[in-house]
Design a protein around this ligand. Structure first.
Ligand code: SF4
Length: 415
């Protein structure tokens, strides 16, 4: 399968710029860790990164680091070290692999640049529980271990409609972080810098949305698997100029590919939607499997999770609160189903792949009847594959291939 995929895949010219953005991010953090001239904050993926940028922090995202451990197929080497600390193998494997790697003293980022000696240690840890409780437990471990302050936002869960009450409650908590962070930087928040960071984050979101929306074209010039790689700048650098420049470049390449009819999956026959976490250590294998079956996975919940179009530079605190609460993972099943049905229609998909990730119940939506309700509402078929984001011991490639092949046959038979 590998050689077949290599022959057919047309690499993105933008990938060189992507590598530069990612490497620069970690090199800059390594510099700050070495000379102590700039404070470093660790932040959860939907923590208030815009506020941290505006207050002069460089920002490191442990979830991104954990995904790198997964993508390098190293996570299972580290998870047992976290288990020995009392963190169960059944909880988030981002948490267990990241903490385990820290205990082991290994990180893939040292391979990006010889100046990087290890993960850049934090001056403060900032979380938002809007995605799950695990992120707080994860950060609290580091707070105890490194003796650094850990603050956060206690968010809502299962939100159907986001109301002004939700926004006010979250906004007040974000504002409450300001004096705590000022005590660390020794500087007062400049409202103009906050406005600028929110504006850049909004621009990043708008561009990333347009990048993903090129997948609505037939054939699609991009797949979910491409998206998991290209989303890097939106994950690690929102609130700065770098992702804005990167997505301007990528969007132009995708627009050109669309104009030329270049398909991410040559011979695209079936279009699917991916629901749930990626299986980081199997991205290549999964991408090749779908390519060989001429299936394009044209859209996903996961890649869309870095679109925060509610951000408004003229109303930074409330709009951050709204953007973080409108996020898919925070919402009720009813709201999630509305979102998925809208996406499947917009992208013209023939079916849904649900990934039931063993250690991430928060981002696995198959466990309470959702696939059946979607089928009843729209007739759209789905298949559920069992696996995990990082712990490959929980994933069976053979079973997955069999399920996906059978699902493709089922879809073909319906057409
Ligand atoms: S949402 Fe899932 S993968 Fe992400 S931190 Fe929480 S438990 Fe881990």
């Amino acid at each position: 399968m590998v050689s077949k995929e290599k022959k057919r895949f047309k690499p993105f010219a933008s990938s060189a710029a992507l590598k530069t953005v990612m490497t620069s991010h970690f090199t800059e953090l390594a510099g700050a860790a070495a000379d102590n001239k700039q404070k470093i904050a660790w932040c959860t993926s939907v923590g208030p990164a815009e506020l941290l940028r505006a207050m002069g922090f460089l920002v490191f995202f442990p979830e991104n680091h954990a995904a790198m451990l997964g993508a390098g197929k190293r996570a299972a080497n580290y998870i047992p070290a976290a288990n020995r600390e009392g963190y169960s193998p059944d909880i988030c494997s981002y948490l267990t692999s990241d903490i385990g790697a820290f205990i082991t003293g290994e990180t893939p980022i040292t391979r990006m640049d010889p100046n990087i000696k290890g993960v850049p240690l934090p001056d403060v840890l900032i979380y938002n529980t809007n995605q799950c409780r695990d992120v707080k437990d994860w950060f609290m471990w580091y707070a105890r271990k490194l003796q650094v302050p850990c603050y956060g936002i206690e968010s809502f869960a299962n939100v159907d409609t986001v109301t002004e009450d939700h926004v006010r409650a979250v906004s007040a908590q974000i504002r409450g972080l300001v004096p705590l962070l000022e005590a660390i930087t020794g500087e007062t928040l400049d409202p103009e810098r906050l406005k600028e960071a929110v504006d850049l984050s909004r621009q990043c979101s708008e561009l990333w949305k347009k990048v993903l929306e090129t997948g609505a074209n037939t054939p699609s010039p991009i797949t979910f698997f491409d998206g998991t790689i290209h989303m890097g700048p939106a994950v690690i650098a929102r609130g700065t100029r770098a992702p804005v420049d990167y997505y301007t470049l990528l969007l132009s390449e995708l627009t050109e590919r669309t104009r030329e009819g270049i398909s991410a999956v040559p011979g695209e026959k079936i279009r699917l939607y991916w629901e749930g976490m990626p299986i980081w250590g199997k991205l290549r294998e999964m991408s090749e499997l779908f390519m060989d079956l001429e299936i394009s996975v044209v859209a996903s919940t996961y890649c869309n999770s870095w679109i925060y179009t509610a951000l408004d530079p003229d109303d930074p605190f409330d709009s951050m609160a709204r953007a973080y609460t409108e996020l898919f993972i925070v919402r009720s099943d009813k709201a999630k189903e509305r979102e998925i049905l809208g996406m499947t229609e917009k992208y013209g998909v023939h079916g849904i792949v649900f990934h039931d990730a063993k250690t991430c119940p928060s981002n696995s939506n198959t466990r309470y009847g959702m696939p059946g309700r979607l089928k009843a509402a729209s007739g759209i078929p789905s298949v559920t594959i069992s696996g995990d984001l990082n712990d490959l011991r929980l994933f069976s490639q053979e079973q997955t291939v069999t399920k996906i092949e059978a699902f493709a046959e089922q879809i073909e038979a319906r057409r």
